[in-house]
Design a protein around this ligand. Structure first.
Ligand code: F6R
Length: 261
C-alpha cells in the first residue's frame, strides 16, 4: 500500500489522472474500473481535459463501473448510468459497447452478476480500479461485514446509506433498498488500485483503512493485502495518519522512473 499525500484534492486528482493517462498511453486497450460519488469528479474532469487538450485517446479503453441501484432506470438522474454519462462518457471517446455498468433493471440479477464478472475476464481483467471510500469504510457497495472474498452480487443498502440517498429519490415512492456491486474479491483482482479520499470527514476512516487491522468491519482495509494499491489523499483526509512523515519521505525519495510527475 502506497500512501501519497497531496496539498489539496485538485493536485491529488491531477496525479491520479496522470497515472491513468500514462497507463492508457502504454496500453491503449486499458480496462478501467470506475467509481461514482463526489470523490472522482475532479479526476474525471482532469481526464476530460487531457482528452480535449492533449489528445488522450479512449477509443480502445473498456470500462466497468463498481455498482448501480436495483430498480432504478438508467435515465433516472440518481442512477449511476446517468452520473457516468454526465460526468465522463459524454465528454470522452469511449465507444458505447466498451462501457459497462451493472444493470439495475436486470430480470435475472444472479445471472447478470455472473455475466458481469465474465465480461471483465473476457477483456483480460481490470488494469486500474478507481475507488472512493465511504465514511464507514465501504468500497463499492460492500458495507461493513461484507465478505472480503465476495464477488459481484446484490447487496442490501445499510440504514445510513438509505438515509443519505433519500434526497436523490424524492420522486420515487420506494427509494432503492438494494444495489448490484462488484465484490471485494472482484476489486482485489484489479492489477492496480487508486483509492482517493478527500476532506476531514474521511480522516478517521482513512487512518483505520491504512493503519488499522484488516477487518470485514472496515472493508477498505483489505487493500493492505493488494500488491499495487495507491491511496491518494489530500492533507485533510491524511490528518490522522500516525506515519504520515514516513509516507511523505517515501514519496519524496522515489526513484525518478517510478514517478508520474
Ligand atoms: C461509488 C461507490 C462508493 C463511493 C463512496 C464514497 O461508485 O462505489 O463506494 O466511492 O461511497 O462516496 P463519495 O465519493 O461521494 O464520498
Amino acid at each position: 500500500m502506497e500512501v501519497i499525500i497531496k496539498a489539496n484534492p485538485e493536485l491529488a486528482s491531477q496525479l491520479a489522472a496522470q497515472i491513468i493517462a500514462h497507463t492508457i498511453e502504454k496500453k491503449p486497450n486499458t480496462v478501467l474500473g470506475l467509481a461514482t460519488g463526489a470523490t472522482p469528479l475532479s479526476l474525471y474532469q482532469e481526464l476530460i481535459n487531457l482528452h480535449k487538450n492533449n489528445g488522450l485517446d479512449f477509443s480502445r479503453v473498456h470500462t466497468f463501473n463498481l455498482d448501480e441501484y436495483v430498480g432504478v432506470a438508467p435515465n433516472h438522474p440518481a442512477s449511476y448510468h446517468f452520473f457516468m454519462e454526465k460526468n465522463l462518457f459524454s465528454n470522452v471517446n469511449i465507444p458505447n459497447t466498451q462501457r459497462h455498468i451493472p444493470d439495475g433493471m436486470a430480470c435475472n440479477i444472479p445471472q447478470h452478476c455472473i455475466d458481469y464478472e465474465n465480461r471483465i475476464r473476457q477483456v483480460g481483467g481490470i488494469d486500474i480500479q478507481i475507488l472512493g471510500i465511504g465514511s464507514d469504510g465501504h468500497i463499492g457497495f460492500n458495507e461493513p461485514s461484507s465478505s472480503l472474498a465476495s464477488r459481484t452480487r446484490i447487496k442490501t443498502l445499510a440504514g445510513a446509506t438509505l438515509e443519505d440517498n433519500k434526497k436523490y429519490f424524492h420522486d420515487l415512492q420506494t427509494p432503492p433498498r438494494h444495489a448490484i456491486t462488484m465484490g471485494i474479491g472482484t476489486i482485489m483482482e484489479a492489477k492496480d488500485i487508486l483509492l482517493l479520499a478527500f476532506g476531514s470527514k474521511k480522516a478517521q476512516i482513512v487512518s483505520e483503512m491504512v493503519e488499522g487491522p484488516i477487518s470485514a468491519m472496515v472493508p477498505a482495509s483489505v487493500l493492505q493485502m493488494h500488491p499495487s494499491a495507491k491511496i491518494i489523499l489530500d492533507e485533510e483526509s491524511a490528518a490522522l495518519l500516525k506515519r504520515r512523515d514516513y509516507y511523505n519521505d517515501v514519496y519524496r525519495h522515489k526513484p525518478a522512473w517510478q514517478k508520474f510527475e
